[in-house]
Design a binder for this molecule. Structure first.
Ligand code: GLV
Ligand code: GLV
Length: 345
C-alpha cells in the first residue's frame, strides 16, 4: 500500500479494512493491550510516516497529536464518533489535517438507547430486576415498583438535531407523549410529524398529542416529565444542567443523558437524586469517564450504562466504514457515494 493508515482501536466488521486496502492503503490496527491510549502511545504509533489516522473519542486530539501527524505527512484524521469535543479542530486546521466524524449511522441507535433509558427509569426496570435476583419477591402487591405512565405526559428534548428529533419522534409516536423542545433552530419536520400524528389520533377518537417549541431551556425543564439531553458539548453547554436547573424540574421528573457527561453537573445531580427519591435519571455518559462521581452508584433512582448509546452492530460497522471513508476522501481527495456504501453494509 502506498498510504499508511492507522486505527488506534480494532473496529467492528471488515468492510472498513477492505475499503482502505482497495484504495492502496496499508492498514495498521493498534494492538496495545490498553483500553485508552495516551498521547505518547499515539505519537509512537504515528512514527515517521503516516497518511491518516482513525481515532477514538477517548483520545485527546490536540496540538501535540496534530503536529506529530502533520510531521509524519498525515492529511486526515477521522474520529469514530459523531461527537468531536475530544478534537481540537483549530489545531488540526493549523497543521493542514482534515477532520471527519461519523454522523447519521448512529442516529436511530442512540435515540433507541435514550428511549430505553427513559423507560427503564419510568418503570424502574433495573431496580426491579435487582429485587428479583436478590430473591426478595414474595408475591404481587398493589404498590410494588409503581412507576410513571408516559402516555399523555410531556417529553422534553434539549437539542433537537438528528438524535434529539429521532428520540422525540419515538416517544411521541410510541407512547403518545406531548412534546416540548428547545433548540436554536426550528425542528420543522419534527413539528410537522407531531401535528400530523395528533390529527391522526384525533380522527381515531383519541386524545391528540401536541408540540411546543420552548423559548428557553428552563421552560422545558419546568414543564416536561421526561427530559432527554442532546446538545453537543462545548463551552456553552458545560454544566448546562446544574443545581439551579435541577431544582426547576418536577419532583418526579426523569432526566436522560446520552450526549456528553459534562453537560450535567454530576455532583449536583447526585445530591438532587439523594434529596428527591422520586426523581429518576438514566445516564449513558459521565463527567469523568470511566468514573462516576461519589454516591451515584448507590442511588436506586439512577440507571447507569457505560457509554453504549451507539452500540448496535449495524451502527458500529457503519461508524467504522464512515471513519475509513472520511480518511480516504480527505487523504486522496476521492469522491465516494457515502449513501450507497452505507446502505449496502
Ligand atoms: C459517541 O459518543 C459518539 O459521539 O459517537
Ligand atoms: C396484574 O397482574 C393484573 O392482572 O392486574
Amino acid at each position: 500500500g502506498k498510504y499508511r493508515v492507522i486505527s488506534t482501536k480494532s473496529m467492528p466488521g471488515t468492510r472498513w479494512i477492505d475499503l482502505l486496502v482497495q484504495q492502496d492503503c496499508r492498514v495498521e490496527i493498534c494492538t496495545l493491550n490498553k483500553t485508552i491510549l495516551s498521547v505518547e502511545d499515539i505519537i509512537a504509533l504515528i512514527g515517521d510516516k503516516c497518511d491518516g489516522v482513525i481515532g477514538q473519542l477517548t483520545e485527546d486530539w490536540g496540538d501535540t497529536l496534530f503536529s506529530a501527524l502533520s510531521k509524519a505527512g498525515g492529511k486526515a484524521f477521522s474520529n469514530m464518533a459523531v461527537g468531536y469535543n475530544n478534537v481540537d479542530v483549530d489545531a488540526a486546521t493549523k497543521y493542514g489535517v482534515a477532520v471527519g466524524n461519523t454522523p447519521g449511522v448512529l442516529t436511530e441507535t442512540t435515540a433507541e438507547l435514550a428511549a430505553s433509558l427513559s423507560l427503564a427509569a419510568a418503570r424502574r426496570i433495573v431496580e426491579a430486576d435487582g429485587f428479583m435476583r436478590a430473591g426478595l419477591y414474595e408475591g404481587w402487591l398493589p404498590h410494588l415498583f409503581v412507576g410513571n405512565l408516559l402516555k399523555g405526559q410531556t417529553v422534553g428534548v434539549i437539542g433537537a438535531g438528528r438524535i434529539g428529533s429521532a428520540y422525540a419522534r419515538m416517544m411521541v409516536e410510541g407512547f403518545k407523549m406531548n412534546l416540548i423542545y428547545y433548540d436554536l433552530y426550528q425542528a420543522t419536520r419534527l413539528e410537522k410529524f407531531v401535528t400530523a400524528y395528533g390529527q391522526f389520533l384525533k380522527a381515531n377518537g383519541e386524545q391528540p398529542v401536541t408540540w411546543k417549541r420552548a423559548s428557553s431551556m428552563d421552560e422545558v425543564l419546568q414543564e416536561a416529565d421526561v427530559i432527554s439531553l442532546h446538545p453537543i458539548l462545548d463551552k456553552t453547554t458545560y454544566h448546562l444542567v446544574n443545581k439551579e436547573r435541577l431544582s426547576m424540574m418536577k419532583k418526579e421528573a426523569i432526566l436522560v443523558n446520552c450526549s456528553r457527561g459534562p453537560v450535567v453537573d454530576e455532583v449536583a445531580l447526585v445530591e438532587h437524586l439523594r434529596e428527591n427519591p422520586m426523581f429518576r435519571v438514566g445516564l449513558d455518559v459521565f463527567e469523568d469517564e470511566p468514573y462516576m462521581k461519589p454516591g451515584l452508584a448507590d442511588m436506586k433512582n439512577a440507571v447507569v450504562v457505560p457509554h453504549i448509546a451507539s452500540a448496535s452492530k449495524w451502527t458500529r460497522e457503519g461508524m467504522a466504514t464512515l471513519a475509513a471513508l472520511n480518511v480516504l476522501v480527505d487523504m486522496r481527495s476521492l469522491h465516494i457515494n457515502f449513501f450507497i456504501i452505507l446502505h449496502s453494509i
